[in-house]
Design a binder for this molecule. Structure first.
Ligand code: NCD
Length: 320
């Protein structure tokens, strides 16, 4: 991967994705393979929205590759509360750390932040926009379970506000997957996302009923209705509780169907699915660590030859 920042899945080629997934698989087998080159590196965790998995797995990944993290803490306890702009916040933080993981409620926030700093910025969710590192672990999980060739993927739930969906669909165009989007009419993919998918040659269809496609699917990717993004609670109530699956629903699916979810789930997947062979969502969350180790290794350090050369050239003083 030859990028300074990871802002959206659209910037990733098939080659970029496969390189990160291959490296992640190697690191899952042998975490020590990364060596010592991140020993003096710090990653800033800047989460302006709640997070469990993304924040903890970046934290874990950075420590597992030998580095450490500094955490901005909650918005409530930071200077954001005093009215500081995002641009100023990240300009200060780049002086403390070698990379910034940013989650923010505004679409485009990570891109904006990247324009103010020289250290790599990883978009860990920008409003209803993108969440590309989640996509990498989603693809890693799909590759482990079903392979990435000739896939038929159903993506169900909140396709309008679900940033994991926007990133995943964009990345799946690299693999020529058949995509079936299942949602209530009011939560269809945003027009801009649909346009970009068509532009990338995506093979996609939209449905309001899972039954229309369930039997064809290799993977069913279920998402939470993003309650916090609805401008009006009544609108949320109209769709809440729709599009749930349970073990009974899956009796009509193929035996080897993989069910995924970025988590947290609310009520979209009944607990009785957890014990079936379909359930991959907890393994998916665990895959966040090796995938983010590989991503951080790449963005913070490049390959070992490159970083050794860079270190030799800068006499040990590489600012990153
Ligand atoms: C997702 C997110 O934050 O977009 N969570 C995650 O990172 N695994 C999905 C969600 O909140 O529904």
């Amino acid at each position: 991967m030859r990028h300074d920042h990871l802002l959206s899945a659209g910037q990733l080629t098939r080659g970029d994705i496969e390189a990160v997934l291959d490296r992640a698989a190697d690191l899952a087998d042998d975490p020590g393979a990364v060596g010592e080159r991140h020993a003096d590196r710090l990653l800033a965790l800047c989460f302006f929205e709640p997070s469990t998995r993304t924040k903890m797995s970046f934290d874990t990944a950075m420590k597992r590759i030998g580095g450490d993290t500094v955490d901005m803490g909650s918005v409530e306890s930071s200077s954001v509360k005093k009215g500081e702009s995002l641009a100023d916040t990240v300009r200060v933080i780049e002086g403390y750390a070698d990379g910034i993981v940013l989650r923010h409620p505004s679409e485009g926030a990570a891109k904006l932040a990247s324009q103010f700093v020289d250290v790599p910025v990883i978009n860990a969710g920008d409003g209803a926009g993108q969440h590309p590192s989640q996509t990498l672990l989603d693809l890693y999980t799909m590759r482990e379970r079903a392979g990435l060739d000739d896939l038929t993927v159903g993506i169900m739930g909140d396709l309008k506000y679900g940033r994991t969906v926007h990133s995943l669909a964009s990345a799946l165009t690299n693999f020529d997957a058949r995509m079936h989007f299942v949602s209530p009419e009011s939560l269809r993919l945003p027009r801009g996302v649909r346009f970009d998918l068509h532009d990338a040659g995506a093979r996609l269809r939209e449905h309001t009923d899972l039954d229309e496609v369930l039997e064809e699917l290799d993977v069913l990717y279920v998402t939470r209705i993003q309650r916090e993004r609805f401008p009006d609670e009544n609108e949320y109530q109209q769709v809440a509780g729709e599009y749930q699956i349970d073990a009974g629903t899956l009796e009509r699916a193929r035996d080897d169907l993989t069910v995924m979810h970025p988590l947290p789930r609310v009520d979209e997947i009944a607990p009785d699915v957890d014990a079936t062979d379909h359930a991959a969502y907890f393994a998916q969350a665990h895959n966040g660590v090796p995938v983010r180790m590989a991503l951080l290794d790449e963005l913070l350090g490049g390959d070992s030859t490159e970083s050794d050369d860079a270190r030799a050239a800068s006499d040990g003083g590489d600012a990153r």
